[in-house]
Design a protein around this ligand. Structure first.
Ligand code: BGC
Length: 717
């Protein structure tokens, strides 16, 4: 955590001005400011030169503009935006500077498009791989999430735009999302689900926060007194604006009395919102005191003053779709891609790339438009296929075959099938293409791939999920971890014939790779990496970029390895109990000795790093080690520091991330890396884990002195 974020504090002048304005407002004017008077805006007060507060999604860039009174896009060609890498991609960079860069870009874009509040970042913990919005979220780890979110938030707000950290709180599934009662114990809230929000408030000074749809321990988050008043306002000292998720308010009386400031929804009956006419009536009848809404309006006015929206203050103008913003996307995408396995295949040689076969729907699919509220009307999006073609240039022939398809509209007549197969289709020995089932069509897609493989020098498969309908999309969760559209079958057959195939998985969290994991020799993981994602991926595959992404979540082999499913509840029920407590992600797998597919923090490089000399300086408050790039390529490593917990406590995680630094080392270079955890606890062990997971350095801090015992253990993880 940077010790100093550029925070804009609320001044006495601001308080006075807010009170003065408030005192001049009529009840109607106040009511207009505390609920949506458009799908993404409140009402201003013209008479007092108070503009409406204009909001927009979201975490992956500024969403297209909508008609004020309905959730339909205007589509007038003025709102193409920079499509940023998703939250999980950002988290995989483990790079604070890039989180800051993403925030700056998002802030500039939002301001450039005339927004006051950008509904981002989304910092919920990835509790289960099935959650449809996982790709928007950062990580299963609260510390990593908090660190990066604070960077992003403080950078967004530099542009006089409010970040809106969401969804508060414990909103970790889409199933039954409007009603589900999430039951979580206090300690797990404090240590797993709250830290990113708490840091957003306390460290980054976030201006707004979005109350989640779900109930938390029996009460809807948007009227939850314990959550909003006791925790957020009183304990964390939040003076910003609490905005409801769209349709997350349920009761006029409770909403008025709670710490919710603005009610938003997706329906156009704005006057009927709980905090609109119904509230006005209750105030007029004396059932609710006007003072309840005064404090809401006061928060909103303070926000407007902080954003330079009032009194003709000079305000940042932002920009959007600029070259600089696009370059940020490329830089972030480059460091987000994770190399999971490489048995002497990668990087591929450009010289040998005369004929390249790229397989898979995701190789040529644009993902910007998926994901519902995180959708982006992108200025452009380079797919992996485009990226590879751009990188190799015209002298390489790069062909694309689908191999699998999510849709039924497969043009069988265009398939490059062996003559004999074509003949049977034509002669009617086989069913007519029109009457073929999707399953049969998919078999033909596989046959096409297998029939053509031998003609190519290099084969690259790009598959996974697709940010649409049930697979990484808001509003629903996956049913299981299976790879859809018979991709596993294709991969099994493909790898049998071409074990040198480079396999790229693109998804928001774990997909089952069991059927082909052992057969692959080169495996790359990419999240939805924004408009430049395809280009960045090609650069990694061909070695222009040395991969440095590390997993910000555990990739499970199967669902039972995830505690939300083996210990807790997940899914459609009315109540979802988080019985796993603190044991989320690696905190669970390590406790139970489960070997996941790939562990949290893992990621390979085209070079090697050695770790030496762990050292603690209690006076300065750091723990350090020397890191050496022993390979022949420049590269970046993420040095990860974990604290080891008391192993005798049943529900205590074995270890927890307490610090990290991403460092660049040229080939042969050695550097000392200092990590400053929030506290160094005497009597505890600390552990450096290399991201290839083949080195661990354990350092024991004596309980009675500043000395430390060093215990180097090397193992293959
Ligand atoms: C989502 C929010 C989003 C809002 C506005 C809701 O359905 O949960 O994340 O910001 O819609 O589009």
């Amino acid at each position: 955590m940077r010790s100093m974020y550029k925070k804009k504090e609320i001044t006495e002048d601001m308080r006075n001005r807010a009170s003065e304005l408030l005192s001049q407002m009529t009840l109607d004017e106040k009511i207009g400011m505390i609920h949506g008077n458009g799908i993404f805006a409140t009402r201003g007060v013209k008479r007092l030169n108070i503009p409406p507060l204009v909001m927009s999604d979201g975490p992956m860039g500024v969403r297209a503009d909508f008609y004020p009174d309905r959730l339909d896009r205007i589509d007038d060609n003025t709102d193409f935006a920079t499509y940023l890498p998703c939250g999980s991609a950002l988290a995989s960079t483990w790079n604070r500077d890039l989180a800051y860069m993403l925030g700056q870009t998002l802030g500039r874009e939002a301001r450039g498009r005339g927004k006051d509040v950008i509904l981002a970042p989304a910092v919920n913990i990835k509790r289960s791989p099935l959650c449809g919005r996982n790709h928007e979220y950062f990580s299963e780890d609260p510390y990593l999430t908090a660190e990066l979110a604070c960077e992003e938030i403080s950078a967004i707000q530099e542009s006089d735009v409010a970040a809106c950290v969401k969804h508060f709180a414990a909103n970790n599934q889409e199933s039954n999302r409007f009603e589900v009662d999430t039951v979580v114990d206090g300690e797990s809230l404090e240590r797993i689900y709250f830290p990113a929000f708490k840091a957003a408030v306390g460290c980054a000074g976030v201006y707004t926060i979005m109350g989640a749809y779900n109930k938390l321990n029996g009460e809807y988050c948007c009227h939850n007194d314990e959550l909003l008043r006791q925790k957020l306002r009183e304990e964390w000292g939040f003076e910003g604006v609490v905005i409801s998720d769209w349709g997350a308010t349920h009761n006029t009386y409770k909403a008025a009395g709670s710490e919710l400031d603005i009610e938003m929804d997706i329906s156009s009956d704005f006057d009927d919102y709980y905090m609109a006419e119904p509230l006005k009536k209750k105030i007029e009848s004396g059932e609710i005191a006007e003072a309840e809404i005064d404090k809401k309006v006061y928060h909103i006015l303070l926000l407007m003053l902080r954003l330079n929206m009032l009194d003709g203050a000079e305000r940042n103008r932002g920009d959007f779709g600029s070259a600089e913003n696009r370059l940020s996307c490329l830089n972030i995408a480059r460091e987000s891609i994770i190399l999971l396995k490489n048995e002497n295949i990668l990087p591929l040689s450009k010289d040998k790339a005369k004929k390249v076969l790229v397989i898979g729907e995701n190789a040529d699919r644009k993902h910007s438009e998926g994901g519902e509220s995180a959708e982006i009307k992108a200025l452009y999006e380079y797919t992996p296929l485009a990226g590879i073609r751009m990188l190799l240039g015209g002298n390489s022939r790069v062909d694309h075959l689908l191999g699998y398809s999510s849709k039924g509209d497969i043009k069988l007549e265009e398939l490059r099938l062996p003559k004999a197969v074509k003949k049977t289709i034509k002669s009617g020995n086989s069913k007519s293409p029109q009457s073929m089932s999707l399953k049969e069509k998919r078999r033909l897609l596989r046959e096409e791939v297998l029939a053509n493989l031998k003609d190519y020098d290099q084969v690259i498969f790009v598959g996974g999920l697709n940010r649409k309908g049930g697979y990484d999309c808001e509003g629903s969760d996956r049913k299981n971890m299976e790879l859809p559209y018979e991709q596993s079958k294709l991969l099994e057959e493909l790898l049998e014939k071409r074990p040198d195939t480079v396999v790229v998985m693109m998804a928001g969290s774990s997909v089952s790779m069991e059927k082909f994991a052992d057969k692959t020799r080169a495996l790359i993981w990419s999240y939805y990496a924004g408009m430049e994602g395809g280009r960045a991926l090609a650069e990694v595959i061909y070695g222009d970029v040395n991969p440095s992404g590390k997993l910000a979540e555990t990739l499970y082999k199967k669902l039972e390895q995830c505690s939300a499913h083996s210990l807790g509840d997940f899914g459609e029920g009315e109540r979802v109990e988080y019985r796993e407590g603190l044991l989320v992600g690696y905190r669970y797998t390590e406790k139970k000795g489960i070997m996941p597919g790939y562990p949290f923090g893992f990621g390979l490089s085209y070079t090697d790093f050695e770790y030496r000399n762990p050292f603690v300086d209690l006076n300065e408050g750091y723990i350090s080690c020397d890191i050496h790039n022993t390979g022949d390529r420049n590269g970046k490593e993420t040095v990860q520091l974990y604290v080891m917990n008391d192993q005798n406590k049943e529900n205590e995680p074995v270890k927890e991330l307490v610090g990290f630094e991403k460092v660049f080392l040229i080939a042969g270079e050695e550097k000392e890396v200092k990590i400053y955890p929030r506290e160094i606890i005497k009597g505890r062990k600390y552990l450096f884990a290399s991201s290839s997971r083949d080195i661990e350095l354990i350092l024991e801090i004596e309980s009675d002195s500043g000395e430390c015992n060093e215990n180097n253990s090397e193992f293959m993880g």
